[in-house]
Design a protein around this ligand. Structure first.
Ligand code: NAD
Length: 247
């Protein structure tokens, strides 16, 4: 354990893509702070895995749609681990419905978690990054935000919003040495996809040129690349990782 590892912060870290990102960033040499929404046991197990990798871990139950809670989590992270060098926003939900039967709640819960959540996390980390003139932000969008997807007007709007947000922020903070990129995954094998009906899943898989779902670890590789110096001249990019679903 070292005192001066850089710090990475991951929203929605307890499961799926966020969890894989937490472990990859710990292996890359970061101390890692993550938040989770409900699975406290999973968060405890993950923190132990981070520590086993020689990194320090900090975690909190935080609803990313709550701006004050996010500010508190980021402040506690900076106190416990140090200034945040890398932020990854993976917290996200789906409430798939056809538009005409979509409730106000289906719409607002998805927008407030997926899009407001990204706004809250980025705003909470940006000022300190600007003062230190360094930082890398990786926001998790989706191919649904690039191409759209029937039954996901709420989700696609939130994920397209993340792309516009990331590009605008990249322009705003580039002069401070901060990079902002988005990752747009296709069909990745996580709990989120497990909740999709078998029929819809099989139909979606038929669209994937590589003929299989991606793994959270494959997405974490891309997040790791965008987080660190290997991608030092990449900002405002939207990198798809989708097995060719979009071809
Ligand atoms: P998942 O359901 O396995 O994990 C979602 C994570 O978000 C969990 O850790 C959960 O605790 C957290 N979360 C949910 N609501 C939250 C809230 N209000 N506050 C804080 N945390 C909250 O999903 P996943 O597949 O790992 O998805 C991760 C991200 O990747 C999401 O933004 C999702 O939209 C995106 N994505 C996933 C896929 C896919 O195929 N799995 C494809 C494209 C994009």
């Amino acid at each position: 354990m070292t005192e001066n590892r850089p710090v990475a912060l991951v929203s929605g870290g307890s499961r799926g893509i966020g969890r894989a990102a937490v472990l990859k960033l710990a292996a890359d040499g970061y101390d890692v702070s993550f938040c989770y929404h409900s699975a406290e046991d999973a968060a405890e197990v993950l923190a132990k895995e981070v520590e086993a990798a020689g990194a320090r871990a900090y975690y909190e139950r935080v609803d990313v749609s709550d701006a004050a809670a996010v500010r508190g989590w980021v402040a506690a992270t900076e106190k416990e681990l140090g200034p945040v060098e890398v932020a990854v926003t993976s917290a996200g939900i789906t409430r798939d419905k056809g538009l005409v039967v979509m409730s106000d709640e289906d719409w607002s819960s998805v927008l407030s978690t997926n899009l407001d959540g990204v706004f809250h996390v980025c705003r909470a980390v940006a000022f300190s990054m600007m003062k230190r003139r360094t930082g890398s932000i990786v926001n998790i969008s989706s191919v649904a935000g690039v191409y759209g997807n029937a039954g996901q007007t709420n989700y696609s709007a939130s994920k397209a919003g993340i792309i516009g947000f990331s590009r605008s922020l990249a322009k705003e903070v580039g002069r401070y040495g901060i990079r902002v990129n988005a990752v747009a995954p296709g069909f990745i094998d996580t709990d989120m996809v497990a909740a999709v009906h078998d029929k819809a899943r099989d139909a979606a898989l038929k669209q994937v040129a590589l003929g299989r779902m991606g793994t959270p670890e494959e997405v974490a590789e891309l997040i790791s690349y965008l987080a660190g110096e290997r991608s030092a001249y990449i900002t405002g990019a939207v990198l798809q990782i989708d097995g060719g679903i979009s071809l």
